[in-house]
Ligand binder design. Structure first.
Ligand SMILES: Cc1cc2nc3c(=O)[nH]c(=O)nc-3n(C[C@H](O)[C@H](O)[C@H](O)COP(=O)(O)OP(=O)(O)OC[C@H]3O[C@@H](n4cnc5c(N)ncnc54)[C@H](O)[C@@H]3O)c2cc1C
Length: 210
């Protein structure tokens, strides 16, 4: 399990592995457009924040592409399917052609009583079948066909700040499924810590108008 991970759902997580550029790269890139310099040190922080707010407000997106994050993600396969629809980013996922699936699956906390029993029974029967097939010599890449969507998968996701904000805008929204929203909340926490100026401007823009 990586350090600095944020736990998500019953057994998933998001962890920041690496990052580059952050607010500084955005501000440098934007200032190159205008060949501008902040006037004196005291004014610099306020001028930078104002500039970033302007970029966010006007959808001047490319300066945010100079800031990069690499996340380590563990999530259920059905969350990963929604996640990888975000094409502007790079993914490397564990392969069940080569790796043996572990009995590691998501159970929604909303399930109780008989529904919970049925869910667990069905998922465990699927794992029983998978393990029997693999033990009998069937290739992992074919045996995996019986595995449930609740199975946890692992991947690295490298994404620039512009694409991350697009992800957050769509996946923090209440229209998004609750499970991927939990991952978006964890990503937002990291984004706020690492890019405080950009994250503040982003959150201001996202705030519902009164
Ligand atoms: C609540 C919700 C429900 C959804 N339901 C469904 C569903 O039922 N079925 C389904 O198939 N998908 C569904 N999606 C997925 C959705 O259609 C997008 O594929 C997903 O949100 C990724 O968004 P994106 O294209 O903006 O991101 P990215 O792929 O990361 O793209 C980022 C931006 O780059 C630009 N871009 C990228 N590729 C192109 C391109 N080929 N042409 C032009 N511009 C491009 C666009 O401006 C895009 O916004 C749903 C998403 C949400 C949030």
């Amino acid at each position: 399990m990586p350090q600095n991970k944020i736990k998500v759902l019953d057994n998933g997580y998001v962890a920041l592995v690496d990052c580059m550029g952050m607010d500084k790269a955005v501000i440098e890139a934007a200032r190159r457009c205008y060949m501008s310099e902040p006037q004196g040190e005291d004014a610099a922080a306020a001028a930078d924040a104002k500039l970033v707010r302007h970029l966010i407000l006007k959808d001047h997106g490319t300066p945010f592409e100079h800031a990069y994050f690499r996340f380590d993600v563990k999530c259920p396969i059905f969350v990963a399917r929604q996640w990888i629809r975000h094409r502007i980013g790079t993914y490397n996922e564990m392969s069940l052609r080569y790796c043996l699936a572990k009995r590691d699956y998501y159970t929604p906390s909303s399930l109780t009583g008989e529904a919970l029993e049925k869910y667990k029974k069905s998922v465990n029967e699927a794992f029983d079948t998978y393990e029997t097939l693999v033990a009998s010599g069937i290739k992992r890449e074919q045996a995996r066909g019986v595995l449930p969507l609740s199975l946890y998968t692992l991947y690295y996701w490298t994404v620039n700040a512009r694409s991350l904000m697009n992800f957050l805008k769509l996946r923090l929204d209440k229209a998004a499924q609750a499970e991927i929203r939990e991952y978006a909340e964890a990503l937002l926490e990291i984004f706020k810590e690492k890019m405080p100026v950009t994250a503040k401007a982003f959150e201001e823009k996202m705030k519902p108008k009164e």
